[in-house]
Design a protein around this ligand. Sequence first.
Ligand SMILES: [Zn+2]
Length: 383
Amino acid sequence: MIHKGKVQTVLGPVEPGDLGLTLPHEHVLVDMTLGACSAEVLINQTESGRAAATTAQAGWEPGEDGPGTAASFRARWNEPICLENRADVARNWFYYGNYKIASIDDVIYEANLFKRHGGGCIVDQTSIGLARDPQGLQQVSRATGLHIVMATSYYTFEYHPGELEELDVEGVQDRIMRDIEVGVGGAGIQAGIIGEVGLSTTMHPREEKVLRASARAQRSSGLPLSIHPGFGPDAIWAAVRILEEEKADLSRTIMCHVDHRLASKPAPNSFDPDQWLDLAKTGMYLEFDCFGWEESYRQRGKIDMPNDAIRLNEIMALVEAGHGHRVLMSHDLALQHWQRKYGGHGWQHIPETVTALMRYKGFDEDLIDQILIDNPAEFLTIA
Ligand SMILES: [Zn+2]
């Protein structure tokens, strides 16, 4: 059963007004290692991995598509995070195998810190393929009293389960609708958001199938929809065109990661505000979901990762153009070293630290509440 007018959490439907401060794009429990037993295996399996290995300092043996990682980098796999390696983990995390958050106790510790700083709700955008953990989410919600929303649909093609090859668009839509209407985990735990739907920079045919199925599931269920696009404007607009063809409700759809996906040219001047403004005109939500990530050394090609101050400047440009009701903010916290316990910024970062910077930069209290409370509640309410 779909609960129209409510927000579907892992413990049942709740009133949108009960959510409070909401992080719309996080990974409560997630594993992106694809079961890899070495950095080399992981790097060869994913677009992110290949991008991580392309720079000179990245530990890849020299040469075009070199045969593998250098010896000292191989040795880092599964090394526990400690003070001495913390800075190296931040720069070279692909080599450490901590591309996951798998300890429920660590997550409960982290979630309680968020709650103590005024947090109310976390949206777990861990779609199928990223080791989604419905019962784990219930444990975290029960232990902390936080509202937690579970995702459905599928991440990028490297993470697709084998059955997606056989299913047609209707078949994939049926799978997604089953998560929404009946629920999973043997206990009828129902999804409250479709996505993040994973798309690569060149959209894989199975990703297109999933995107179309997700748009149709949004139409028939009234659930919110969330898109993880490939890099660059072309990838983003390719996704928008398919959503329009499928008559998705763009006013209830997020484009994720716009703070480092919309760059169209190498730094400096990677970011052109007109691109955000054009995207906002579609009516979609623009999600600046990498708050706390201020690492300039991400091995990701030639674009600059903005810092939080720049993100807020970009958001203010959208607000001043009349798009404040289309902005969402989150951390996309998916790596162990981003948790407080391992030297990271944690889920408390936005309520504790970013809100202070927002005030300093001239965001008034109504605007802060709109972006951190009202916009996510409106987005999550089942239409
Ligand atoms: Zn994503």
